[in-house]
Design a protein around this ligand. Structure first.
Ligand code: NAP
Length: 293
C-alpha cells in the first residue's frame, strides 16, 4: 500500500491533530464566506442530558472549538430524570429555529430515554452527526446527507495518508449506529471488502489477522492485541477510554502496523473537526451559500 503523505512524519503514527488543524482552518474560511454572503453566523445547538462528567467535558470542548472557527454555539442542558417527551420538545424547537443550523445530541443519554426517537426528530438538513435513520440510509446508499462525524473523520485520515481501499480487506470491530456501522458502509462505498465484527463474532483474532485496514471501535482499553495484527496493516483506534487509553494495545501494535493512530491525537481531533465542518456545510446549504467542500 502507498502511505506517502504530506502530514506523515518519520514515524508510523497517523497525526490526527495535525490534519484536524488543517481541516479547522478550511472550515473557518467557509464560515467567513457564509457570514460575508448571508450576514448570518452559523450556529450549532448541543443537547446534554444527565450528569455524565465525560459528556459534559465533550460538550464544553465542542463548544470551545465552535468559537475558534467562528461558529456560534448554544447549549440545552437537561437533568438525569428528563423524559423522552421533554427531550423531543427541545429537539423540535431547535428543529424549527431558523437561526440554528446543526443539532447535536451528546451520547450517551440516560437509559430510560428513547434515544432513537430523539435522533429521528432531528431534521435531515440539521443532522450534522448523521444519527437519524434518514441520514444513515442516505449515507449507506451514497446519497447526500451529513456523514457521521467519527467515521467521516477516519475516512479523511485514510485519504490524507493515501491508504488504498479499493479491493483491500478491511475489518471493523464494533457495530454501533454512530461508529462501526457507518464506518463499514463508508469503506464498502470505497470498494473495500469489509467484515464487521461485534461481541458475538467467533474467532475474532483470525478475522483480524486478515485485515489490511483495521478499525477498532469497542470501548475496552487495550482490547486489540498486537499479536492479532497482520504485519503492515493500517490500524485505526477509535477507543477513548478512561485515562486516555485506546482500544488497541498501542506500544506493541505500533511495531507491527505500517500506520497506526495514537490515543490521544488520532481519531478524536478529527471527530470534532468533522463536526465543525459538517455544521459549516449545513449552514451553507440552509442559507443557500455556495462554498467548496
Ligand atoms: P458502543 O456503542 O458501546 O459499541 C461497542 C461495540 O463493540 C458494540 O458493537 C459491541 O458489540 C462491540 N464489542 C464489545 N465487546 C466486544 C468484543 N469482546 N468483541 C468484539 N466486539 C465487541 O461504542 P461506540 O459508541 O461505538 O464507541 C466505541 C469506542 O469508540 C469507545 O471507546 C468510544 O469512547 C470511542 N469513541 C470515540 C470517538 C472519538 O471521537 N474519538 C467517538 C465516538 C466513540 P455488540 O453490538 O455485539 O454489543
Amino acid at each position: 500500500m502507498n502511505h506517502k503523505s504530506n502530514t506523515q512524519s518519520e514515524s508510523n503514527l497517523i497525526n490526527g491533530s495535525l490534519l484536524a488543524k488543517t481541516l479547522r482552518s478550511q472550515t473557518a474560511d467557509k464560515i467567513q464566506t457564509i457570514i460575508r454572503d448571508s450576514g448570518v453566523i452559523p450556529c450549532l445547538a448541543t443537547i446534554l442530558v444527565g450528569n455524565d462528567p465525560a459528556s459534559a467535558t465533550y460538550v464544553r470542548m465542542k463548544r470551545k472549538c465552535c468559537e475558534q472557527v467562528g461558529i456560534k454555539s448554544i447549549s440545552r442542558e437537561f437533568p438525569e430524570n428528563t423524559t423522552t417527551e421533554q427531550l423531543l420538545t427541545a429537539v423540535k424547537e431547535l428543529a424549527q429555529d431558523i437561526t440554528v443550523h446543526g443539532i447535536l445530541i451528546q451520547h450517551p443519554v440516560p437509559a430510560p430515554i428513547d434515544k432513537r426517537a430523539a435522533f429521528e426528530a432531528i431534521p435531515l438538513l440539521k443532522d450534522i452527526d448523521g444519527v437519524s435513520s434518514a441520514a444513515f440510509g442516505r449515507n449507506v446508499l451514497g446519497m447526500p446527507a451529513h456523514p457521521s462525524c467519527t467515521p467521516a473523520g477516519i475516512m479523511r485520515l485514510l485519504r490524507e495518508y493515501n491508504i488504498e481501499l479499493d479491493g483491500v480487506d478491511a475489518v471493523v470491530i464494533g457495530r454501533s449506529p454512530i461508529l462501526g456501522r457507518p464506518m463499514a458502509s463508508m469503506l464498502i462505498n470505497h470498494h473495500a471488502t469489509v467484515t464487521l465484527c461485534h461481541s458475538r463474532t467467533r474467532d475474532l483474532s483470525s478475522i483480524v489477522r486478515r485485515a489490511d485496514v483495521l478499525i477498532v471501535a469497542v470501548g475496552k482499553p487495550r482490547f486489540l492485541k498486537a499479536t492479532w495484527i497482520k504485519p503492515g496493516a493500517v490500524v485505526i483506534d477509535c477507543g477513548y477510554n478512561e485515562g486516555n487509553i485506546g482500544d488497541v494495545d498501542f506500544e506493541p501494535a505500533k511495531e507491527i502496523a505500517s500506520l497506526i493512530t495514537p490515543v490521544p491525537g488520532g481519531v478524536g481531533p478529527m471527530t470534532i473537526a468533522t463536526l465543525l465542518d459538517n455544521t459549516a456545510n449545513a449552514a451553507a446549504q440552509q442559507l443557500d451559500i455556495k462554498i467548496s467542500h
